[in-house]
Design a protein around this ligand. Structure first.
Ligand code: PLP
Length: 447
């Protein structure tokens, strides 16, 4: 299989569309003259054949999101906490964004949405806050002698490091953390959860299970898991960072008490996200200071980021049904073409209950990082496991948890498609992936 070295962008208007995203670079007419092109924009201006297939790591800002942000970066710069008209205008915009976000997530009340800096912060807050809340309640009750003396947190072995590393710290501080196992497709069973909760005695401080896995794309049955947690009086949080904007997500249907999301995973800006907190699930404040975010997270709000996030999510949800089916079909074809062409390369994750955008592989006797470097040279941005584990020599904890073949533990590969990827781009990604895996395998054999 040869690799095209000629311009091969299949975008309808290559001059204005970023390859692999189908989106105009976010340097549109709404941006001022001084606006610097994004990294994605630089790619578009440079190698026209380069395709970005690492959308699970981050996505380019959508022009609609940028347009929604611009007023708050320029003339509508008010601080929502003030009294005068500039501040009141900002406060109205903030309230409007909160209401729209609540509606998009199916929340009952805008007050259930707290804006944060992203997924990591939301995850940290709900885990630490739940442990603290449990200790406070325990202290108020007095030690009855029957309840466990340290908070119990139940999570899974395949969570993002934002959850796992926070749990590790809570364990060092005395918490008892149970890591639920997964099957070979990355699924967590509600029976395992029930057993963990029954076995451990008193109500858990929190059950936290992700909605969709960032490395292998498996979508968990969170509604059932939340029911199992509630049957044991345990609050339930889900890290929905990879799911929101990619599959339908409704907090009421899921029955969760808390949900984390992050704008940059669905074409919003980086550095902004939210934590949904069901009314009645009152976490202790994360940051003390002013009265912002109902005293829960002090600090002047990132209004431009929040406006961009809500606009991006609205756009994603408007296009969700059509995009989901089309991208899933391209992903399935990509997976089968690559696995048929290269021996001992296996698809990972649940083949049915999975994110439409993520194609993931366990490749035997291939160094995954080497494959990603070669793919980059061939003109595709990909990832091995999660972006956060890049640079680590340890195998992906997700690959270990699903029991991937030992020879593939260092050979994980993730291609995450944009919802606007074209058929031609998907074809190019497949051809280049096959070539990269073959080259990486022969080089890995020499190492
Ligand atoms: N949770 C999951 C499942 C993720 O995939 C990520 C980012 O990759 C995060 C949390 C962290 O989100 P953020 O980058 O907004 O801090």
């Amino acid at each position: 299989m040869t690799t095209s070295s000629t311009p091969a962008s299949a975008s309808p208007n290559p001059a204005s569309v970023l390859p692999g995203t189908g989106r105009a670079p976010a340097t549109s007419a709404t941006a001022p003259e001084t606006h610097k092109p994004s990294a994605a924009g630089d790619l578009a201006a440079g190698d026209r054949t380069y395709i970005y297939a690492d959308n699970a790591a981050t996505t380019p800002l959508s022009p609609r999101a940028l347009e929604a942000m611009m007023p708050y970066l320029t003339d509508r710069f008010g601080n929502p906490s003030g009294i005068h008209r500039v501040a009141r205008e900002a406060a109205r915009a903030l309230a409007d964004a909160r209401g729209r976000m609540a509606e998009l997530l199916g929340a009952q009340d805008p007050a259930e949405i707290v804006f944060t800096s992203g997924g990591t912060e939301s995850d940290n807050w709900v885990l630490r806050g739940s442990a603290q809340l449990w200790r406070e309640k325990q202290a108020q009750r007095g030690d009855s002698g029957t309840a466990p003396r340290q908070p119990l947190i139940v999570t899974s072995a395949i969570e993002h490091h934002a959850v796992l590393h926070t749990c590790a710290e809570l364990e060092r501080a005395g918490a008892h953390v149970v890591y639920l196992p997964v099957d070979e497709q990355g699924r967590i069973s509600s029976q395992d959860l029930e057993r963990a909760l029954a076995h451990e005695g008193g109500p858990a401080a929190l059950v936290s299970v992700m909605l969709a896995n960032n490395e292998i794309g498996t979508v968990e049955d969170v509604a059932e898991l939340a029911r199992a947690a509630h049957a044991r009086n345990a609050p339930f949080h889900t890290d929905a960072v990879q799911a929101v904007g990619h599959i339908p997500v409704n907090v009421t249907d899921l029955g969760v008490d808390a949900l984390s999301l992050s704008a940059h995973k669905f074409h919003g800006p980086r550095g902004v996200g939210a934590l949904y907190l069901r009314r009645g699930f009152d976490l202790p404040p994360l940051i003390r200071g002013g009265a912002q975010e109902r005293h829960l997270r002090a600090g002047t709000e990132n209004l431009a980021g929040i406006a961009g996030m809500v606009a991006a999510l609205e756009e994603q949800i408007d296009n969700l049904a059509a995009a989901q089916a089309r991208v899933a079909a391209l992903r399935d074809r990509l997976v089968s073409v690559v696995c048929n062409a290269v021996p001992d390369v296996h698809p990972t994750g649940d083949p049915v209950r999975r994110l439409p955008s993520i194609a993931s592989f366990a490749c035997e006797n291939i160094d995954g990082e080497l494959a990603v470097v070669i793919l980059d040279q061939l003109g595709v941005a990909a990832a091995t496991g999660s972006a956060c584990s890049t640079g680590s020599t340890d195998p992906s904890h997700v690959a270990v948890a699903i029991g991937a073949p030992p020879a593939s533990l260092h050979g994980t590969l993730r291609l995450s498609l944009s919802d606007t990827v074209t058929d031609e781009e998907a074809e190019l990604i497949a051809r280049r992936t096959i070539e990269a895996l073959r080259r990486a395998r022969s080089l890995s054999a020499m190492m």
